[in-house]
Design a binder for this molecule. Sequence first.
Ligand code: G3P
Ligand code: MG
Length: 256
Amino acid sequence: MIAAKDKIMTNTSLPGPARDEVQAHRGASAIAPENTIAAFRAAADQGAKWVELDVALSADGELIVIHDDSVDRTSTGSGSLGDLTAEQIGQLDGGSWFDSRFAGERIPTLAEVIKALGEFGLNINVEIKQHKHHQSLDQLVNAVHAAISKRPAHMQIMISSFDPECLKAMHKLAPELELAMLWGRVPDNWEALLADIPATSIHAHYKGLCIGLLEQTSAKGIKVRAWTSNDPIELVSFWGAGLTGVITDNPKIFLG
Ligand code: G3P
Ligand code: MG
């Protein structure tokens, strides 16, 4: 549980998490196009220490920072990741769909993001997406491991995924990393499922949390972060019960 001295007040004067437990969801995606360098820069400008981002493989096996399995929603282009090379994806406009001010913003690779975020002083929660076009779990996790191995020494990394197999494979490659299991609603047998990976953190939809669960997880030393909350009132009763952190589109509302 977070000690009272480490807690901050949100900018609504409600209780909130420690500053380094506010993660910008896909960057500060409320004010800039998700999963772009602009969104990560905005998160840093708001005072966030961590960003959450999504990664998946292109047709030629490069790790792309993107949420969906196609570029349709978040660019001016179209097509599935499994049919597009990293070079083709890199030529798309990934910003003007959000606002014309972001025209020309690119859909980045994980390598590009790690370089930029090292300069911004941000840490990264890498959410590994498992899509149908991925041919091999090994290819996916090896690519993640290779990319994060080139991070600057000061950058912290954690890995999250809805797929426990991704987390198990990452644990074999890098047992020192914090691993977070993603769930909408946390299943009753969470403790056994975490031990099987093994993972020490749960990232759960905030509507799937309750005080009883948080008291159990905090008693076991398991960290729990809530996604995706954009209103401090939604979480106000959870901090005292042991909620660790929040993943939000708008970090400034939790940063006091
Ligand atoms: O990591 C929390 C959150 O990002 C999981 O859902 O769909 O936004 O990647 P999604
Ligand atoms: Mg995500």
